[in-house]
Design a protein around this ligand. Structure first.
Ligand SMILES: *Cc1c(COP(=O)(O)O)cnc(C)c1O
Length: 375
């Protein structure tokens, strides 16, 4: 069976060279006579991999010294609760900007976590209310949508809404919001490392690995050291961000194989030219796809406003649900999988993460042109 063209939203495609590298050293890692998974997380063989993954993250993103880079378990969903647990104080809550389904979930978990600690989570802005269902979450927020409380512990946003296909900072007209002195916290799970980012604009960035940089089971957290130091100490140690920060993310057993795969993916990314080259490649891929959608206005319809159209998850509709079903089925027969939209919104979703090859998009676009012509 040849490998398929995988457009899954997450877990998602991994770069073939990263997988091949894992295959080649699967049974015998670095001449040690065992796989990397079987090594002690305290041994020098694993530690070298761990250190390399951390160093590559710092190098690729240009992470300033004032920030810690951490590996945390529990998925991005655990961070929805863990971040407020660390950062709020009694009477000093957190603000949330909600631009899609993941932001809703983060806000909901923050409400539960802050209530436990005598604080609260507040909706500081949303693009999902009062506009009717068809118009919900079709754009990134602007300054006009947002009212940050000046004493909030942080402002949380979702840089790319994986289900709604809405992304910040694709177009200069939709930059990341300015929260003044309030630290910005961003869930970058589905657009982490898609392009260079100015880390110093954020207090904390977190990303589940399984969308753009590796397998599930690891979350990368990049956090300002002063926020870690000021974090609560009355929550369980395992939830305190200072615990991985003070122990190089080796307080307890980390997900060693996941971190090893991240190392392989980051080495591949660096070899391709780093984040600048990746941005060009990603913009070209998504641009081609939106081009086909816009060239067939009676057939394909993207609900997302132009300035907010995601470069990572391209969502669109066909004239009828029956057409969408046929589209997914015919594409699958041609070796293109993972195209069905999220069950909560329907339609088609093409995830074009870093590992998705430009040639796959060429093939998909040719199929889409032909499909539209046949009607
Ligand atoms: C997938 C996703 C999550 C959830 O990640 P888990 O690791 O499954 O908890 C959170 N936020 C965004 C933006 C996502 O795309």
């Amino acid at each position: 069976m040849p490998r398929v063209k995988n457009f899954n939203a997450g877990p998602a495609a991994l770069p073939l060279p990263a997988l091949e590298r894992a295959r080649d050293e699967f049974l015998d890692f670095a001449g040690s006579g065992m796989s990397v998974m079987e090594h002690s997380h305290r041994g020098k063989e694993y530690e070298a991999v761990h250190d390399e993954a951390l160093a590559l993250l710092r190098e690729l993103l240009g992470v300033p010294d004032a920030y810690d880079v951490l590996f945390v378990q529990g998925g991005a969903s655990q961070l929805f609760a863990q971040i407020p647990m660390n950062l709020v104080e009694k009477g000093r809550g957190a603000d949330y900007l909600v631009t899609g389904a993941w932001g809703e979930k983060a806000f909901s978990e923050a409400k539960a976590a802050t209530a436990m600690l005598g604080a609260s989570a507040r909706l500081a802005g949303t693009t999902g209310e009062g506009e009717g269902k068809e118009k919900r979450y079709v754009r990134a927020a602007t300054a006009a949508d947002l009212q940050v409380s000046p004493d909030a512990a942080y402002l949380h946003l979702t840089s790319n809404e994986t289900i709604h296909g809405v992304q910040f900072a694709v177009d200069p007209a939709r930059p990341f919001p300015d929260a003044g002195k309030v630290p910005l916290v961003a869930d970058m799970s589905s657009d982490f490392l898609w392009k260079p980012v100015d880390v110093s604009r954020f207090g904390l960035i977190y990303a589940g690995a399984q969308k753009n940089i590796g397998p599930s089971g690891v979350v990368v957290v990049i956090v300002r050291k002063d926020l870690v130091a000021a974090g609560r100490k009355d929550i369980p140690k395992i939830f305190q961000l200072r615990t991985p920060a003070e122990n190089k993310s080796l307080y307890n057993t980390p997900p060693t194989f996941g971190i090893y795969m991240i190392r392989n993916v980051l080495a591949w990314l660096k070899g391709l030219g780093g984040l600048g080259a990746m941005e060009q490649r990603n913009r070209a891929k998504a641009g081609k796809l939106y081009g086909v959608i816009d060239a067939n206005p009676g057939f394909y319809r993207c609900p997302v406003e132009r300035e907010s159209r995601s470069v990572m998850n391209v969502v669109f509709r066909l004239p009828a649900e029956a057409d969408e079903e046929r589209f997914v089925k015919e594409a699958k027969a041609k070796g293109m999988v993972g195209l069905k939209g999220h069950r909560s919104v329907g339609g088609i979703r093409v995830s074009t993460y870093n590992a998705v090859e430009p040639a796959w998009l060429d093939e998909l676009c040719a199929f889409m042109q032909d499909f539209a012509k046949r009607g």
